[in-house]
Design a protein around this ligand. Structure first.
Ligand code: FES
Length: 127
Protein backbone atom coordinates (compact mmCIF):
# COMPACT_ATOMS: atom_id res chain seq x y z
CA UNK A 1 0.00 0.00 0.00
CA UNK A 2 1.22 3.48 -0.71
CA UNK A 3 0.75 6.47 1.49
CA UNK A 4 -0.67 9.85 0.62
CA UNK A 5 0.62 12.91 2.39
CA UNK A 6 -1.66 14.68 4.85
CA UNK A 7 -2.00 17.55 2.43
CA UNK A 8 -3.19 15.28 -0.37
CA UNK A 9 -5.75 13.67 1.92
CA UNK A 10 -6.95 17.02 3.13
CA UNK A 11 -7.43 18.42 -0.38
CA UNK A 12 -9.09 15.20 -1.44
CA UNK A 13 -11.54 15.23 1.48
CA UNK A 14 -12.43 18.89 1.08
CA UNK A 15 -11.39 20.11 -2.34
CA UNK A 16 -11.42 23.88 -2.88
CA UNK A 17 -13.05 25.60 -5.84
CA UNK A 18 -14.97 22.65 -7.20
CA UNK A 19 -17.53 23.52 -9.84
CA UNK A 20 -18.02 25.37 -13.03
CA UNK A 21 -18.00 29.05 -14.00
CA UNK A 22 -20.86 29.57 -16.39
CA UNK A 23 -19.51 32.73 -18.03
CA UNK A 24 -15.84 31.76 -17.77
CA UNK A 25 -13.28 33.88 -19.61
CA UNK A 26 -11.19 30.82 -20.34
CA UNK A 27 -11.75 27.07 -20.26
CA UNK A 28 -9.09 24.38 -20.39
CA UNK A 29 -9.85 20.73 -20.69
CA UNK A 30 -7.36 17.94 -20.61
CA UNK A 31 -7.37 14.16 -20.45
CA UNK A 32 -4.80 11.87 -18.95
CA UNK A 33 -3.55 9.44 -21.58
CA UNK A 34 -2.41 7.03 -18.87
CA UNK A 35 -5.80 6.43 -17.27
CA UNK A 36 -8.37 8.37 -19.29
CA UNK A 37 -9.30 10.68 -16.42
CA UNK A 38 -10.47 14.18 -17.30
CA UNK A 39 -10.01 17.62 -15.83
CA UNK A 40 -11.53 20.97 -16.77
CA UNK A 41 -10.48 24.36 -15.46
CA UNK A 42 -12.55 27.54 -15.67
CA UNK A 43 -11.06 30.98 -15.06
CA UNK A 44 -12.32 34.50 -14.66
CA UNK A 45 -9.77 37.17 -15.48
CA UNK A 46 -9.71 40.76 -14.32
CA UNK A 47 -6.87 43.24 -14.83
CA UNK A 48 -4.66 40.45 -16.09
CA UNK A 49 -5.18 38.49 -12.88
CA UNK A 50 -7.01 35.29 -12.17
CA UNK A 51 -9.96 36.57 -10.26
CA UNK A 52 -11.79 33.29 -9.90
CA UNK A 53 -11.03 29.72 -10.73
CA UNK A 54 -13.08 26.54 -10.58
CA UNK A 55 -12.55 23.00 -11.75
CA UNK A 56 -14.28 19.76 -12.50
CA UNK A 57 -12.29 16.59 -12.26
CA UNK A 58 -13.43 13.15 -13.23
CA UNK A 59 -10.56 11.24 -11.80
CA UNK A 60 -8.83 9.61 -8.92
CA UNK A 61 -8.25 11.08 -5.48
CA UNK A 62 -4.79 12.31 -6.37
CA UNK A 63 -6.15 14.12 -9.43
CA UNK A 64 -8.79 15.81 -7.29
CA UNK A 65 -6.21 16.89 -4.73
CA UNK A 66 -3.98 18.18 -7.54
CA UNK A 67 -6.80 20.23 -9.09
CA UNK A 68 -7.72 21.66 -5.73
CA UNK A 69 -4.11 22.67 -5.07
CA UNK A 70 -3.69 24.19 -8.54
CA UNK A 71 -6.84 26.24 -8.10
CA UNK A 72 -5.59 27.58 -4.79
CA UNK A 73 -2.18 28.38 -6.19
CA UNK A 74 -3.65 30.15 -9.22
CA UNK A 75 -6.20 32.37 -7.49
CA UNK A 76 -5.11 36.00 -7.41
CA UNK A 77 -2.02 35.40 -9.54
CA UNK A 78 -1.29 37.31 -12.73
CA UNK A 79 -1.56 35.27 -15.91
CA UNK A 80 2.20 35.18 -16.27
CA UNK A 81 2.65 33.97 -12.71
CA UNK A 82 -0.03 31.35 -13.17
CA UNK A 83 1.71 30.09 -16.30
CA UNK A 84 4.75 29.41 -14.14
CA UNK A 85 2.87 26.96 -11.92
CA UNK A 86 4.19 23.59 -12.97
CA UNK A 87 3.03 20.08 -12.32
CA UNK A 88 6.21 19.58 -10.36
CA UNK A 89 5.52 22.55 -8.08
CA UNK A 90 2.05 21.27 -7.45
CA UNK A 91 3.17 17.79 -6.46
CA UNK A 92 5.75 19.41 -4.21
CA UNK A 93 3.18 21.67 -2.55
CA UNK A 94 1.10 18.59 -1.88
CA UNK A 95 3.99 17.02 -0.01
CA UNK A 96 4.73 14.62 -2.84
CA UNK A 97 2.72 11.89 -4.49
CA UNK A 98 3.31 8.14 -4.56
CA UNK A 99 5.41 7.22 -7.60
CA UNK A 100 2.65 5.37 -9.39
CA UNK A 101 0.41 8.39 -8.91
CA UNK A 102 2.79 10.99 -10.31
CA UNK A 103 1.05 10.85 -13.68
CA UNK A 104 -2.03 12.20 -11.93
CA UNK A 105 -0.23 15.44 -11.16
CA UNK A 106 0.46 15.95 -14.85
CA UNK A 107 -3.03 17.20 -15.52
CA UNK A 108 -3.45 20.07 -13.10
CA UNK A 109 -1.10 22.78 -14.29
CA UNK A 110 -1.65 21.75 -17.92
CA UNK A 111 -5.40 22.25 -17.64
CA UNK A 112 -4.87 25.64 -16.01
CA UNK A 113 -2.41 26.70 -18.71
CA UNK A 114 -4.87 25.62 -21.36
CA UNK A 115 -7.57 27.77 -19.79
CA UNK A 116 -5.18 30.75 -19.88
CA UNK A 117 -4.36 30.09 -23.53
CA UNK A 118 -8.06 29.87 -24.27
CA UNK A 119 -8.58 33.22 -22.57
CA UNK A 120 -5.75 34.84 -24.53
CA UNK A 121 -7.09 33.50 -27.80
CA UNK A 122 -10.53 34.89 -27.04
CA UNK A 123 -9.04 38.29 -26.26
CA UNK A 124 -7.22 38.29 -29.59
CA UNK A 125 -10.38 37.39 -31.45
CA UNK A 126 -12.19 40.26 -29.75
CA UNK A 127 -9.74 42.81 -31.15
FE1 FES B 1 -6.16 9.02 -13.48
FE2 FES B 1 -5.03 9.59 -11.25
S1 FES B 1 -5.57 7.64 -11.94
S2 FES B 1 -5.52 10.97 -12.82
Amino acid sequence: MFMYSKKVMEHFMSPRNVGEIKDADGIGEIGNPVCGDMMTFYIKVKDNKINDVKFKTFGCGAAIAVSSMVSEMAKGKTLDEALKISNKNVAKELGGLPKNKLHCSNLGADALHKAIENYKKKQKNKK
